[in-house]
Structure formats: structure tokens, C-alpha cells
Design a protein around this ligand. Sequence first.
Ligand code: ACO
Length: 323
Amino acid sequence: MAGRSVVVGVGHYLPERVVPNSEFEKTLDTTDEWIKTRSGIERRHFAAEDETTSDLATNAAEAALADAGLTADDIDAIIVATSTADLTFPSAATMVQARLGMTKGFAFDVQAVCAGFVFALSNANALILSGQAKRVLVIGAETFSRIMDWSDRSTCVLFGDGAGALVLELQEGEGTSDDRGILSTDLNSDGRYKDLLYVDGGVSTQSTGHLRMQGNQVFRHAVEKLAKTANTALENVGLASTDVDWIVPHQANIRIIQGTAKKMGLPIENVVVTVQDHGNTSAASIPLALSVGKQRGQIKQGDLIVTEAIGGGLAWGAVVLRW
Ligand code: ACO
């Protein structure tokens, strides 16, 4: 017998405003065709002016709790993966905690940019397996529209806002890879690559700043590192990519998604793809894709899923879980 962190609920929230690629043609030297061909993105959602990351996160959390048939009182901990929290402090997670009416347990944010949700899942799993929490709400939520340089066509067309959430619950398994729940995690970072993807501001440098990215350099790292971390996480539990029902990747670029699947020897039919509708929502993209994948009828109980993500840091990783 072995304890497992099993997904018992999933949900997401997208801001109302949908922005098609054509909207950027009005202000930038770009085209719908370029954005679609180079990134796979067709549209994205942007938060309203008065809508914050904790608003998106709370809506996604409520959807996940409803899906699980649970209330906030049933939750021991909340982790929000975000790089765009409402305030410098407190954490977005404690703001969600208050909004859900939860007065016990604990809440904190995790910041690993686009890999944030993978890092948050791994941390939630560690809390559950070490007996510090029985049920954890793990949320990815971002308002990247707030850190865009709207004059930089190489970045501002790529990102969107949104949130997704999972409820993880301690359940007993057999200790084999047939168990439901998180089976393996693999986390990595290499701070030497900071200049490839960063925000040129922050509290300690006294500004909010804008996202800066050497996209083609990040691209080069992405496919290789993502396939490697996904395969490592699978090998850790004696599985191979041929066992995988669904890759649920970070949704940054369709060409990275296709390249990673190919390197893992899997067809695109085994990948949940939402990048066309959401753009890159950073830490929110994986839980959004899990929720949409379930809604579409792609992801079913018992399916073997590998999630993988890379982002600023660089930081990257993968989680293998049986739904
Ligand atoms: N419209 C038209 N032309 C453009 C645009 C645009 N929106 N953006 C850039 N271009 C031009 C460039 O200026 C360049 O022109 P030049 O050749 O005259 O200099 C040309 O297109 C090619 O630019 P590249 O950057 O080489 O294009 P590439 O094919 O690499 O695609 C992209 C760019 C989409 C950014 C891609 O590199 C990518 O997806 N990179 C990875 C992004 C990623 O995964 N990030 C990680 C997660 S994000 C996070 O952690 C926050």
C-alpha cells in the first residue's frame, strides 16, 4: 500500500474578453497569419481592468471544488502558481483562501514562471505524502497582459490570461504505476539562462517591468529539455512514453508541442492542445488544458498523463499522474 495524491476535481476560468490575432494588426507590424504559423495561437483572453489574478484563481478554484463535490472547509492547503500576483504581498493564495471563506489550513504562492504549475503540483504531492495535508487545492493563475510591452510584437502577441485548478486528495494505492494519482515528478532549473526570459523590473528594482524574451533561444532549449524531463519522470516509475495516454504540455507554441511529442515518439493525437484558444497563459496553461481536456471528453479516469513545462529561470519539469 502507498499514499497517492489523486485528482478529485478540476476546473478553470477564462476572462470574458477574447482578443483575436487580427486585433494586433491594427497597432503592430504583424499579421494573423504570422502569429498562427509561428506560434499556433489564434486568440487569447485578457482580464478586464478591474480583474486580478486572485479573481481568476478564485473562480477556477470554485469550479474545481464544485467538480469534486467539496467545499473550502474540506481543503487543508492552497498553492497558487503565479508570477503575476495582485500585490507584492500577501500571496495570491491567501487572498483566494479568504475569498473561499476558508479560515483553517495554510496557503502560499509558488513562482517558477511557466513551469509554476508543475512545481506547485510537486510541492502539493510532497505535502500530502509527508502527512502535512490531506487535500490540497493547486491553482495556476496569471494576468500576463499586465506585463506585456505592447510595442514589442515578438512577445505581446503570445500571451494570455486565465486560471485552472485541481483538487488533490490523499488516497491509498497499491504502490504500483497502475495507481491513480501522482506517480512521479521531475524538477529542474538553471539560473545561468536568466537573460533568455525575464521581466525587466520588480520590487527590489523599483518598477513593474515588462516581459523580455529571446524566443528563438528559449525554443532551442524547450524541445530537448521537455522531452528529457518527461522521459525521466516516466522512467522513475518504470513507464515509457508508449504507456502515455495524454501529454498535457505547457501551451507556449504549437511547434514546441509538436516537436516534444515527436521526440517522445508520440503522435499529436495523444496531446491535449489549447494554445490556439488561450495563447501562453504561463502557470495557468496546464490546469486550463487539463480542465478543457476533461470537458472535451479527451481525459478519462485511469488515463496516464504526463505534464511538462519550461519557462523563465530557466525552470522546467514534468509530472506523471494517472487521472
Ligand atoms: N509578427 C511578425 N513578425 C514577427 C513577429 C510578429 N508578431 N514577432 C517576431 N517577428 C519577426 C522577428 O522580428 C524576426 O524578423 P527578422 O528575421 O527580420 O529579425 C522573424 O519574425 C523571426 O523571429 P524569430 O524570433 O526567430 O521567430 P521564431 O520562429 O523563433 O518564432 C516565437 C518566435 C514564436 C517567439 C518562438 O521562438 C517561440 O515560441 N519561442 C519559445 C517561447 C516559449 O516557449 N517561452 C517559454 C515559456 S514563456 C515563460 O516562461 C513566461
